[in-house]
Design a protein around this ligand. Structure first.
Ligand code: GUN
Ligand code: FE
Length: 455
């Protein structure tokens, strides 16, 4: 019994399946020295009381106060760390113009390590304060600054998966912001992978290098091929933007006579450890290819409203067995909060199903069976993200990491409308998902370590 390093007592919510949230009322969570949940004990279990007797009152025992709940930490599958510096701006122009007039000039400044450090420290702290315990980051083309982002994740205790962005094509990228040439892009990527793998040896919660072609338009064929080979050689994660917008999708069709999915697959970039952002224009064959290769989709519902003018049919892709998680896409999406993206995912799915053009007769509006529930959106932000990354995260269950957010529904600055001590816990869960703000996120833990404390 003493073998547990820490024991936590309280009520938790965790996905059982995409549609079902499990309520673990007053459970004990026993965490070992590696920060993994070794045992989950229900009040009905015989060892509940002996465990309580052994740990209650000890320093390594935490009991939640009334009005507090455990949620799994969120798994963020698509965020541009440098773009935190422009979050909330320039959202009224098309993607191509946004990239060239705002985003590339901003990202080019990350050759300056002091500037990079300021922004990266802020973005990692901000995501942690919003309950995000694991994040899959795009950095910039700069190898040193990208490594700095991985080091900052390591220092702050966040599980970070970080990509040095590749943009080597001189025809498609501005001279002031691109890799010097294809060979340099590949050599820098390989050195980056080795450096992050070295760093990872001393990081309890894990940091991982990610092969990151920005998107097909920014990369030469040789770069895409070389990146596919590096991903295989080092068995790394891969991330990119896939079938995001009309112009990008049309560009790839013209260049390869294929959709993004098959073009990426041709270069070895669809692997079990691949996460593709957006995927708004996936057709049935593309989705089947994602299932076959184990590639995951990152749904970015806020960003898609601005840059893709699109709602991805999540319910349909789920029914086909595609792995799906959730991303903020800062700064294509303005909010650093996956709570906000959970809400947007539900809202847009309902608009997709019901249709918005009321001039049409009811039977011609919308796309049938598109709605997702709040439970499914919660799944995307937690267990779905964990499955997408093939990591034991996103659930409060045995053999998963102790990555949690402690939600306090009773803080005076952001009190949730809960008026009965015995309120139905399904209702409490829904109020949390719709109403929580960062003020309600009292503590955040990653791999058994407290990494954020608000009060
Ligand atoms: N496509 C290529 N780069 C980007 C980016 O930074 N953000 C988004 N949303 N789409 C992209
Ligand atoms: Fe993006």
């Amino acid at each position: 019994m003493r073998k547990y390093t820490q024991v936590f007592q309280g009520t938790a919510f965790s996905s059982k399946s995409p549609k079902e949230v499990q309520i673990l009322k007053e459970y004990l969570f026993c965490v070992n020295a590696n920060g993994m949940i070794e045992k989950v004990v229900s009040p009905e279990d015989a060892d509940y009381q002996p465990l309580l007797d052994a740990f209650q009152g000890e320093e390594n025992f935490l009991r939640l106060a009334e009005g507090q709940y455990f949620l799994p930490g969120f798994v963020e599958l698509h965020v541009h760390a440098p773009q935190w510096a422009q979050a909330g701006t320039a959202l009224d122009i098309p993607l191509y113009d946004w990239l060239n007039t705002y985003t590339f000039p901003l990202e080019s400044k990350f050759s300056d390590l002091d500037f990079a450090k300021n922004v990266y420290q802020d973005v990692v702290s901000t995501l942690l304060a919003n309950g995000t315990t694991t994040a899959l980051y795009f950095a910039t083309v700069h190898k040193e600054a990208s490594l700095l982002l991985a080091e900052i994740c390591a220092q702050k205790g966040q599980r970070g998966l970080v990509g040095k962005v590749v943009m080597d094509d001189p025809e498609q990228n501005p001279d002031y912001y691109r890799d010097a040439d294809t060979q340099t892009a590949l050599a820098d990527t390989e050195e980056f992978i080795l450096a992050v793998n070295k760093l990872a040896k001393r990081v309890k919660q894990g940091v991982y290098p990610v092969v990151t072609p920005r998107f097909i338009p920014s990369c030469s064929d040789d770069a895409l091929k070389g990146l596919g080979e590096l991903a295989a050689k080092y068995d790394t994660y891969v991330q990119s933007h896939c079938s995001e917008s009309d112009w990008e999708h049309d560009y790839v069709k013209k260049r390869f006579d294929k959709n993004d999915a098959f073009a990426l697959h041709h270069f070895g970039l669809l692997r079990d450890k691949s996460v593709m952002a957006h995927c708004n224009f996936l057709n049935e064959n593309d989705a089947d290819l994602f299932v076959e290769t184990g590639t995951a989709v990152c749904h970015c519902p806020i960003s898609n409203a601005y840059f893709a003018n699109s709602v991805i049919p999540i319910a349909h892709l789920h029914s086909k067995g595609v792995e799906i998680g959730l991303g903020t896409d800062i700064s294509g999406g303005f909010s650093p909060s996956l709570f906000d993206n959970v809400r947007q995912a539900v809202i847009v799915s309902r608009m997709l199903e019901d249709g918005v053009n009321t001039a049409l007769p009811a039977e011609e509006r919308g796309v049938a069976n598109s709605r997702i529930t709040i439970n499914e959106a919660f799944y995307l932000a937690t267990a779905g993200g964990g499955e997408s990354l093939s990591l034991p995260i996103g659930r409060l269950a045995e053999n998963y990491a102790w990555d949690v957010q402690i939600i306090d529904t009773s803080v005076s600055s952001a009190k949730l409308p809960i008026y009965h001590a015995k309120e139905d816990l399904h209702d409490v869960f829904q109020k949390i998902m719709y109403l929580v703000r960062s003020e309600n996120i009292r503590e955040v833990w990653v791999q058994g370590e407290k990494v954020h404390s608000r009060y």
